[in-house]
Design a protein around this ligand. Structure first.
Ligand SMILES: Cc1cc2nc3c(=O)[nH]c(=O)nc-3n(C[C@H](O)[C@H](O)[C@H](O)COP(=O)(O)O)c2cc1C
Length: 321
């Protein structure tokens, strides 16, 4: 009975959706494409979030944007993330998104990258709560699936508004809120404020997902235990380490790690024009061996190769080490 109770309380639900794990792959532009999402689901991620998708790109049906919407039944449930700053445009994008049958839509209100914030989108919306409210209301009105919102703590340490902002998101119709526990000014460095996640959790009745600097499966469980949050989103800690979603032992040898890297390479070759993306593939593959004893030569060789076939051969040699 206590075990069943534990299982029940650690299960994540968003609206009517139930997830097999409360650990979620965070949206990472340039990384959370279909191959990586499939891999993370295989390793136990409860669900994965796509790279951020421009509402303009979607409304104008730009081919590069539409390519980002490729999905497979095997990866479901999946969430597609939208970014933009105009409520009507975001609503129209959400309507179009429904043609691609996502299980959820996430709204990006936390990205600090200039290209996004200078147009008033991403983290800039934390300084415009009325506009953000209108975007959330319009998108929830247009989408036929639960809409979630990903926020930060506020503009900077003098302007923290995560609790009020998250309450506004809930009232506007959000089904869950993810809190990246840093300010816009902090970018991706500086410390995470776990107390802020606790405060948002206490203030809302919808699920709250904590995010920031999770590097191990245990870190994620710890964040849930200390903050009371309902789930944890993992970003950089999952790159080259999709096993972070699993509670099984972390692969330690070059051979075990090569197995997973090869699995990822197979998926990349299956779904992306791998030969045209050699730099990206090398970057992804080398991440698997970062800091792994005895792998320096393998990493050097991967970087020096000129084809996917050569990378595959190197990983196959790694598999036998
Ligand atoms: C390379 C990179 C790309 C990112 N892309 C997105 C994105 O598309 N949408 C978004 O909401 N956040 C994005 N983020 C932020 C992450 O989702 C996450 O909130 C942040 O990295 C903190 O979590 P972590 O410490 O687990 O990486 C990105 C972060 C990085 C490093």
């Amino acid at each position: 009975m206590p075990f069943l109770l534990l299982l029940f309380v650690t299960m994540l639900r968003i609206a009517s959706l139930h997830f097999s794990s409360p650990l979620i792959l965070a949206p990472l532009a340039g990384y959370t494409d279909l191959p990586f999402r499939l891999l993370c689901r295989r390793f136990g991620a409860g669900f994965c979030v796509s790279e951020m998708i421009s509402c303009h790109g979607l409304v104008y049906r730009q081919p590069n944007t539409l390519r980002m919407l490729r999905s497979l039944p095997e990866e479901r449930p999946v969430s597609f993330q939208l970014f933009g700053a105009e409520p009507e445009m975001m609503a129209e994008a959400a309507r179009i998104l429904m043609e691609f049958s996502p299980d959820m839509v996430d709204i990006n209100m936390g990205c600090p990258v200039k290209k996004v914030t200078k147009k008033g989108a991403g983290a800039a919306l934390m300084t415009e709560p009325k506009l953000a409210e209108s975007i959330i209301a319009k998108v929830t009105g247009a989408a036929t699936v639960p809409v979630t919102v990903k926020i930060r703590l506020g503009k900077d340490k003098k302007q923290i508004n995560a609790v009020e902002f998250a309450q506004m998101a809930e009232a506007a119709g959000a089904a869950a809120v993810t809190v990246h526990a840093r300010t816009w000014a902090q970018g991706f460095s500086g410390t995470i404020d776990h107390n802020a996640i606790t405060a948002v959790k206490k203030a809302l009745s919808i699920p709250v997902i904590g995010n920031g600097d999770i590097l191990t499966h245990q870190d994620a469980r710890q964040m849930m235990a200390t903050t009371g949050c309902d789930g944890v989103m993992i970003g950089r800690g999952a790159l080259g380490a999709p096993w972070i979603f699993s509670d099984r032992a972390v692969p330690a040898t070059v051979a075990e790690i090569s197995n997973t890297a090869l699995m990822h390479l197979d998926l990349i070759e299956q779904f992306l024009p791998a030969e045209k993306m050699l730099g990206y593939v090398k970057n992804q593959m080398c991440r698997y061996f970062k800091g792994v004893y005895g792998s320096a030569a393998l990493r050097r060789e991967i970087f020096a190769t000129g084809s996917i076939t050569a990378i595959r051969q190197l990983l196959s040699i790694g598999q036998r080490q």
